[in-house]
Ligand binder design. Sequence first.
Ligand code: HEC
Length: 123
Amino acid sequence: MRQGLFAAAFAALLTASCGQSAQPARPTAAEVEYAARAEPSPPALAALYDRSCRTCHGSAASGAPLAGQVSAWAPRLAARGADGLLASFRKGRNAMPPGGLCPDCGDDDARRIIAFMSTEPTR
Ligand code: HEC
């Protein structure tokens, strides 16, 4: 009985903290500036990124976690891991369309773009 109550409370806590991590962290001016110009390499990957992901992940107005905005990506990675983020990309998530408007992005391309977006800017 006690254990059941505890489990219910724990489930409620989990749900609450998941809701919180879905809130986009406010990007700084430097993060907004970086995301507006950043793209992954090599050029073939940048081409995929430029015509799909960039529309949202390069612009703060979209509400998407920005490329290079590590504070917005870290909780997502911690909660779902790299495979979970790939799964969200395929299935879609809230305002994120399934496949990220990139029908020809393979899993490998998507993983490399996600790694680029979720890590610290290098330039
Ligand atoms: C139309 C806008 C849009 C486009 C295009 C887009 N995204 Fe997103 N993406 C979003 C938004 C908004 C979120 C935040 C969704 C949320 O958690 O509420 C997001 C979140 C994500 C996440 C995190 C999912 C999670 O589980 O937290 C990944 C990974 C992702 N996008 C990958 C991509 C990739 C890769 C591309 C390009 C191939 C792409 N997105 C294109 C809007 C977009």
